[in-house]
Design a protein around this ligand. Structure first.
Ligand SMILES: Cc1ncc(COP(=O)(O)O)c(C=O)c1O
Length: 411
């Protein structure tokens, strides 16, 4: 018999087992997954680097230096962040703590900042990365307070008024918001927060006495578009907190999974002035990541190639979708995804006009047609019809998946 808690945790939907993935040459009936945000376009480059640097250090057989990540990796990450995030105050290795992925650190942040029996909560804008719900709340039992900040414009300073109102409305219901969580660059909208908006959000957090957690895991997956004006990435650490907020209230999450296409390394870090101690990640992974980050010349070329391929893949996806008359968010210059608008295709006549039921029906049809995407329901979209399509797969898979989507929509 499981405990009640164990039975609830058993419902967490982690992938488990073999995947029947589409491959144009070897498995043409396989499933096209546009669901997982992985940078498939850079895996060969990363594997190439690792295979050239795989002189195994026997020190990795031991537990190592303890539970915060090796000093070598924390030094390499601090140097990397100081080079690319333009922090107002230099980031020291002491502020960095590693764990097995940002997924785990999100859960740890909720555990550290909130007490479940005190109605404590974390506030988020919507739509937002769907797995925050799982990672922040599923096992910690804390409350999440989603604030509607407009489907498309949670990046202008007007979002501050919405968060302020959301905070006060929650307080009136007896909910204690302990932190605001943002995702910058944003998943799923692929956009960056402006300097002005970030300053406003920091001021808001200071005035409410709450923490700001900024998930910046896509920080260096921002590509330049020549056909539209787009925001560049500003880290919350690039803003001098003096006179705005106590710096111990500001925490950044980053890791190897996205910018370096290394989700399998399971390495995430929190950059914070608070003393956090978690269970240590793998010594093997940390050794390889340190070697990678220490070679900043290679990192710079890697990121340049990544930006080029992300943009090309996004442009191909946009072109294929436009040809099929499928709408998507026209803004955005970051991340691995497009935010589709399929509201015009919802089979409302089959669900008595219930939009969310129609979205579930459409999702089911996509799945039967062998193509999967994350849904707007999972991402707390304010209205039904939104889907997130991860575009950084090889061109054949992209073409096949969009063809399958289009066939379902044409029914
Ligand atoms: C915004 C965001 N945070 C965190 C993660 C997970 O990061 P990690 O692989 O380090 O656990 C993802 C993965 O999709 C993500 O999109």
């Amino acid at each position: 018999m499981l405990s009640r808690r164990g039975a609830q945790w058993a419902t967490i939907d982690f992938a488990h087992g073999e995947q029947n993935s589409y491959n144009a040459a070897t498995n043409s009936n396989g499933i096209v997954s546009f669901a997982n945000a992985e940078n498939w376009l850079m895996h060969d480059d990363l594997a190439g680097f690792i295979n050239e640097h795989n002189d195994f250090d026997k020190r990795c057989c031991a537990y190592g230096e303890g539970y915060t990540g090796t000093l070598r990796l924390r030094r390499a990450m601090a140097a990397h962040l100081n080079a690319h995030f333009h922090p107002a105050n230099n980031i020291s290795p002491d502020e960095i703590t590693f764990a097995a992925g940002v997924t785990y650190l999100n859960e740890a942040s909720a555990l550290i900042l909130c007490d479940p029996d005190q109605n404590d909560a974390i506030m988020l804008g919507r739509p937002v990365y769907g797995a925050f719900a799982r990672d922040l709340a599923m096992r910690t039992n804390i409350h999440l307070e989603y604030v509607s900040v407009g489907d498309m414009d949670q990046f202008s300073p007007s979002c501050i008024t919405s968060f302020d109102a959301g905070f006060e409305a929650a307080k009136a219901r007896g909910i204690n918001i302990k932190a605001l969580m943002i995702c910058n660059p944003h998943n799923p909208l692929g956009r960056c927060y402006s300097h002005e908006t970030l300053v406003g959000l920091l001021r808001l957090c200071a005035s409410k006495g709450i923490h700001l957690i900024s998930d910046e895991i896509y920080a260096l997956s921002v590509y330049e578009r020549h056909d539209r004006e787009s925001e560049t990435f500003t880290s919350v650490r690039a803003i001098d907190p003096t006179g705005i907020i106590d710096s111990s209230q500001v925490h950044v999450l980053y890791g190897m999974s996205k910018d370096f296409g290394a989700g399998g390394m399971r390495l995430g870090c929190v950059i914070s002035q608070n003393e956090d101690r978690f269970s240590s990640p793998s010594q093997f992974s940390m050794d390889l990541a340190a070697k990678f980050l220490e070679d900043q010349e290679f990192v710079a070329k890697f990121l340049q190639r990544s930006h080029h391929r992300l943009l090309q893949s996004r442009l191909l996806a946009e072109d294929l979708l436009s040809r099929e008359g499928i709408g998507y968010s026209q803004k955005g210059n970051a991340g691995f995804f497009l935010w589709l608008d399929l509201s015009a295709f919802l089979p409302l006549h089959e669900t008595h006009g219930d939009g969310w039921a129609a979205q579930r029906l459409l999702t089911d049809r996509f799945s039967k047609a062998g193509v999967i995407m994350s849904t707007g329901a999972e991402y707390r979209a304010p209205s039904p019809g939104r889907f997130r399509l991860v575009f950084c797969v090889d061109p054949d898979t992209l073409r096949e998946g969009i063809k399958r989507i289009s066939r379902v929509l044409a029914r």
